[in-house]
Design a protein around this ligand. Sequence first.
Ligand code: ATP
Length: 210
Amino acid sequence: MLRVGLTGGIGSGKTTVARIFESLGIPVYNADTSAKRLMNSDEKLRGEIIKVFGANSYKGTELNRSFLSSEIYNDEKKLDKLNALVHPVVFRDVKSWAEKQTSPYVIEEAAILFESGSNKFQDFIIGVTAPEELRIRRLKKRDGKTEEEIRFYISRQMDEEKKMSLCDVVIQNDERQMLVPQVLAVHKRLLELAKTFSKKDPPSEETSSL
Ligand code: ATP
């Protein structure tokens, strides 16, 4: 199965692009939503999070998101610790999800695809980009966050230009160039690639580093 990553900074339009791929019949796994689901449903992960962040990190079996968010908001070391617990569980989950799909290729949508190391498992990576001012405007409208908060989140992600330079193809979501024709061109390329694709050896979980 050809595995395709879809990434971009916050507010770049990953989910918007993912929906177009879904409308073409391509299954999309959202790493962020799945991480939140797994933090609630995976008992072993819950135990590990409680061990590191304390009993307050859950209310019963439900993740105490406001507590955990405040713990990691200004503390990169704690954020790294949380990621080190969550990412391997997501890697396993997306792998077993991908194996069940029957489409020519599957997409994993992740804002921090490179930062998490998930790029190692992808055969092709799509980047979505948009000018920073436009991303800020979108997120203010969508999430009601302040410009300061949004800039802080952007500053914690990999530099946009660097991220896009690591992608195999970049979709421009600047509201000037139309999205659908760009997605259709990538879809065509991926269908061709899927035909010739011979499964490459993914790194084993034991040797992969975060
Ligand atoms: P995040 O990383 O925060 O989840 P994202 O990269 O998935 O964000 P989207 O949720 O797709 O980004 O887009 C952010 C907001 O901008 C959404 O409200 C979306 O509807 C809007 N948006 C994205 N692309 C466009 C576009 N081309 N035209 C108009 N609005 C757009």
